[in-house]
Design a binder for this molecule. Structure first.
Ligand SMILES: [Zn+2]
Ligand SMILES: [Zn+2]
Length: 284
């Protein structure tokens, strides 16, 4: 790290951060150990690494890589293996220091990914499988460079329908513990389409929640929305409340950290929202 970030301890101690990237992800910096040190300094009880695993062969955003010690390798089980080894080593190293370290992966969703996702989860005994919907029509909806081209293909209703269809398919696959940043289409969609995006998205919530409930897929509170300028967590608070009311498990908090100083980002605010968000540390 070029400069030492300031990492303040949280007031709420003992929380778990279930969405952290590290430098195996192409868009993140900081080693596994640097993230673990940051988690300890924040006062977290647990950190779950969720490196990107993007392998949509039709994707045009060139994200299908895993970075191993600075070397960009095509996404695949062989490229993931060093990450798995590194996280498991950190789990052994940091447990005596009071930090539980879990092995997770954020799979980028595309129709047809299911068999490969299952194989990765089984091969490496992945402890937490997170699913991110990052593309519509194989074009990135969450990189500034691509969003104009992505959204220009869709009306607001069509964009929400395409996004929702992915969420529902992913949930129904039963492969994932959690759908990440449930309303991520807002990140750039809100600027592109205006506030009607929210009402159109919210009209689809009954179907989304039905798929989450029937498959036992949980929802995360992802605090990165506050860093992305959407003025809320992902999903918006009224969506979190509606999910809770409808019986969806709102179970995890994730910072979606892409730098060590983002670990536990805004957890003083988010921690109180999630029952059971205190670290479970079952192997202590
Ligand atoms: Zn994501
Ligand atoms: Zn992420």
């Amino acid at each position: 790290m070029p400069d030492t970030p300031k990492i303040e301890p949280l007031h709420l101690q003992g929380l778990s951060d279930y969405h952290c990237h590290c430098d195996y992800s192409v868009d993140a910096v900081g080693t596994v150990d640097e993230y673990c040190d940051a988690a300890i300094r924040r006062g977290l009880a647990e950190i779950c690494f969720t490196t990107h695993y993007d392998f949509n062969p039709r994707s045009d955003r060139q994200a299908n890589f895993i970075v191993v010690r600075g070397d960009k390798r095509p996404t695949g089980p062989e490229s993931l293996a060093p990450y798995v080894k590194d996280v498991r080593r950190a789990a052994d190293r940091f447990l005596p220091e009071g930090l539980s370290v879990k092995l997770g992966v954020e799979f980028g969703w595309f129709p047809g990914c299911q068999e490969d996702v299952r194989a990765v989860i089984d091969r490496f005994s992945i402890e937490y499988a997170l699913c991110g919907i990052h593309e519509l029509d194989n074009i990135c909806l969450c990189c500034r460079a691509h969003v104009e081209r992505c959204f220009s293909r869709f009306s607001v209703e069509e964009a929400v329908e395409a996004y929702t269809a992915h969420v529902i398919q992913a949930a129904k696959s039963g492969l994932f513990d959690t759908i990440a940043h449930l309303d991520y289409v807002r990140r750039y969609g809100l600027d592109y389409y205006g506030p009607s995006l929210d009402s159109v998205f919210e009209s689809r919530l009954p179907d989304i929640f039905g798929a989450l409930r029937s498959s036992g897929t949980a929802l995360e509170i992802n605090t990165a929305g506050l860093r992305h300028g959407v003025k809320s967590y992902y999903p918006k608070m009224n969506v979190v409340n509606a999910a809770t009311r409808s019986g969806v498990a709102v179970q995890y908090i994730g910072s979606d950290a892409h730098r060590p100083d983002q670990v536990g980002f805004d957890f003083d605010g988010a921690g109180a929202l999630v029952a059971g968000s205190i670290g479970w540390c079952d192997d202590l």
